[in-house]
Design a protein around this ligand. Structure first.
Ligand SMILES: Cc1cc2nc3c(=O)[nH]c(=O)nc-3n(C[C@H](O)[C@H](O)[C@H](O)COP(=O)(O)OP(=O)(O)OC[C@H]3O[C@@H](n4cnc5c(N)ncnc54)[C@H](O)[C@@H]3O)c2cc1C
Length: 467
C-alpha cells in the first residue's frame, strides 16, 4: 500500500515549503523537506517575524510617546521600566534578544507541526540532480513531485558591502546589540520604510535615502504621502531623489555618498535595496527549469515550472515577496500535483500591509489601475480625522479608500492607512474575494465607535451616484 503514496520532496523550509508540506501530508503523500538553515525559513528566522517583533516594540514606544495627549503622566520613580519622568527609552539588547528568542520559538513550532504530520525533515543543502531526483549530501531521493522553495537574500551593492557591524542588511540588524544612534537607511521601499519608521520610534535619529521622488514609490501615492509626512513631522530626514552611490565605514561610523556629490554621515547604515533569488547551484538549468532574466523561477498560476513534476513557490519565483503568497503558492502546488481541485493564484486578491506607523494595508485594484484606465471604477476616500474612534485614540493621520466597479458596483479593492490597518483590511478583502457590492458592504453592521465604521461609510458614499 505504502508504495502507492505519492513522493514529494521540497527544497526549502520557509512558508513556501512548510505550508506545502502540511498540505501534501494531509493528502497522504510521503513528504520530505530539505532545509539548510532552520525551519520557518528566512521568514521566521530573519525577515518577517523578527521585523514585526521589532515593530511590536516600536509601536508600543510610539503609543507611549502619545500617552501625554491622552492624559497619562509618568511620575519619576515609577516601578520598573518607565525610567525617566516623561518618556520611555529602548533597551536594545533586550529587544534584540526577545526577537531572536521569539524567532527560534516560532521555528520550533514549525518543526513540531511538521513532525506531528509525519513529514521527514533533512537538514542539509538540496539540489535537483534531474527531474524526479533530488540530492542532499550523498543521499539521492526519488520524487514524483519536487517543490523548489529556496527564497531570496538581500541584494548588496558593489560599493556598499555589508560588514555586519556598521553596514548592515536587514538580516544583520539584530546582531549589533545597540540602538543605532544615527541610522542611515538606504532604500525607501517597503523594507526601508518599515525599518526607518521602527528605529525612529525607538529613538534613533533616522535619515532615509530614497532614489525616487517620495518614499514607497510603488504604493498608493496618497498613502505614501501620509507616511512620508508623518516621518518628516517626527523628525526623520527624508532625502528624496537621492541615489546612494557608496556606503563606507569611517573611524567612528559610516558615510553614504549620493549621486549629486553630497555625503551623509551616520553611526550605522542599513541597506534595503531589494532581494535576489536563491536559485543558483540548485541544478535548475540542467533540469531545464526556466529562470527569468533576474534569476527567478518562472511559474504559472498553479506554481508549475517549465519542467513537468517540478513546481516552485515563494520568493524564489519573484511573484510577490510575501509570506502569505509563498504559502499559498506552495499549497496550490501540492493541491495541483496531488490531483485536488484548485483555484489558480489570484494576485489581485492578495492583501498586503506595510508596517510603518501608521500602517498601509491594500487589497485589489489600485488607484494607478483606475487612473490609467485598466479598470473602469469609482473611488471614495474618507479621512480618518473625522472618525470618532480615531479622535478618541488621539490620531488623525490616515484614510480609508474604496474602489468599486462602474456599473456592477462590486468592490474592487481598497487602501487603509491607519494604526493596525493590517487588521482592518480583512473586511475589504472579503468584499473583493466574494465580489460583494457596495450596497452589501454598506448594509453590513460595523461597531460604533470603530475605525472599520469608515469602511462601511465609504461604501455608503459609493452608493450615491457620481459622474
Ligand atoms: C525585512 C523583511 C520583512 C518582511 N516582512 C514581511 C511581512 O511582514 N509579511 C509578509 O507576508 N512577508 C514579509 N516579508 C517577506 C517574507 O519574509 C518572504 O516573502 C517569505 O520569507 C518567503 O518565503 P519562502 O518560503 O519563499 O522563503 P524563505 O522564508 O526565505 O525560506 C526559504 C528557505 O529555503 C532554504 N534554502 C535555500 N536554498 C536551499 C537549499 N539549496 N537547500 C535547502 N534549503 C535551502 C533557506 O535556508 C530558507 O530557510 C519580509 C521580508 C523581509 C526581508
Amino acid at each position: 500500500m505504502s508504495q502507492l503514496r505519492a513522493r514529494v520532496v521540497i527544497i526549502g523550509g520557509g512558508p513556501g515549503g512548510y505550508e506545502a508540506a502540511l498540505v501534501a501530508a494531509q493528502l497522504d503523500a510521503k513528504v520530505t523537506v530539505i532545509e539548510q538553515d532552520g525551519l520557518g525559513g528566512a521568514c521566521v528566522l530573519s525577515d518577517c517575524v523578527p521585523s514585526k517583533t521589532l515593530i511590536a516594540t516600536s509601536s508600543m514606544m510610539a503609543d507611549l510617546e502619545g500617552a501625554h495627549g491622552l492624559g497619562i503622566r509618568f511620575d519619576a520613580g515609577n516601578a520598573d521600566g518607565l525610567a525617566r519622568s516623561t518618556h520611555a527609552s529602548a533597551d536594545a539588547p533586550r529587544i534584540y534578544s526577545r526577537i531572536r528568542g521569539l524567532a527560534h520559538a516560532q521555528s520550533a513550532d514549525v518543526a513540531s507541526r511538521l513532525a506531528a504530520e509525519g513529514v521527514e525533515v533533512i537538514i542539509g543543502r538540496g539540489r535537483l540532480l534531474r527531474p524526479g531526483v533530488v540530492a542532499v549530501g550523498n543521499t539521492e531521493l526519488a520524487a514524483d513531485t519536487v517543490l523548489i522553495a529556496t527564497g531570496a537574500r538581500p541584494r548588496v551593492l558593489d560599493d556598499a558591502i555589508p560588514d555586519g557591524e556598521r553596514l548592515l542588511t536587514s538580516r544583520q540588524i539584530y546582531d549589533i546589540d545597540e540602538l543605532p544612534s544615527d541610522l542611515i537607511v538606504v532604500g525607501s521601499g517597503v523594507t526601508g520604510a518599515e525599518f526607518a519608521s521602527a528605529f525612529q520610534a525607538l529613538g534613533s535619529q533616522v535619515t532615509l535615502v530614497s532614489s525616487r521622488e517620495h518614499v514607497l514609490p510603488n504604493e498608493d501615492t496618497d498613502a505614501a504621502m501620509v507616511v512620508e509626512d508623518v516621518f518628516r513631522r517626527r523628525g526623520m530626514r527624508v532625502l528624496g531623489r537621492s541615489r546612494a552611490t557608496f556606503a563606507r565605514r569611517t573611524s567612528d561610523g559610516v558615510q553614504v555618498g549620493l549621486a549629486d556629490g553630497r555625503v551623509v554621515h551616520g553611526s550605522h547604515c542599513l541597506l534595503t535595496v531589494g532581494m535576489v533569488a536563491l536559485t543558483s547551484e540548485l541544478g535548475l538549468e540542467s533540469a531545464k527549469v526556466e529562470l527569468d532574466q533576474r534569476g527567478f523561477v518562472t511559474v504559472d498560476r498553479v506554481s508549475r515550472t517549465s519542467t513537468p513534476g517540478v513546481y516552485a513557490a515563494g520568493d524564489c519565483t519573484g511573484v510577490w515577496m510575501l509570506a502569505s503568497v509563498a504559502a499559498m503558492q506552495g499549497r496550490i502546488a501540492m493541491w495541483h500535483a496531488l490531483g485536488e481541485a484548485v483555484h489558480p493564484l489570484r494576485r489581485r486578491n492578495v492583501a498586503a500591509t506595510i508596517f510603518t506607523e501608521p500602517e498601509i494595508a491594500t487589497v485589489g485594484v489600485s488607484q494607478q489601475d483606475l487612473d490609467r484606465g485598466a479598470v473602469s471604477g469609482r473611488v471614495v476616500k474618507l479621512p480618518l480625522a473625522t472618525n470618532a474612534r480615531a479622535k478618541m485614540d488621539g490620531f488623525s493621520d490616515g484614510f480609508v479608500k474604496l474602489f468599486a466597479r462602474r456599473g456592477s458596483d462590486t468592490v474592487l479593492g481598497g487602501v487603509i492607512v491607519a494604526p493596525r490597518a493590517s487588521e482592518l483590511i480583512l473586511g475589504v478583502s472579503l468584499a473583493v474575494e466574494q465580489q460583494l457590492t457596495v450596497d452589501q458592504v454598506a448594509q453590513t453592521f460595523a461597531v460604533y465607535p470603530s475605525l472599520s465604521g469608515s469602511v462601511t461609510e465609504a461604501a455608503r458614499k459609493l452608493m450615491l451616484p457620481m459622474e
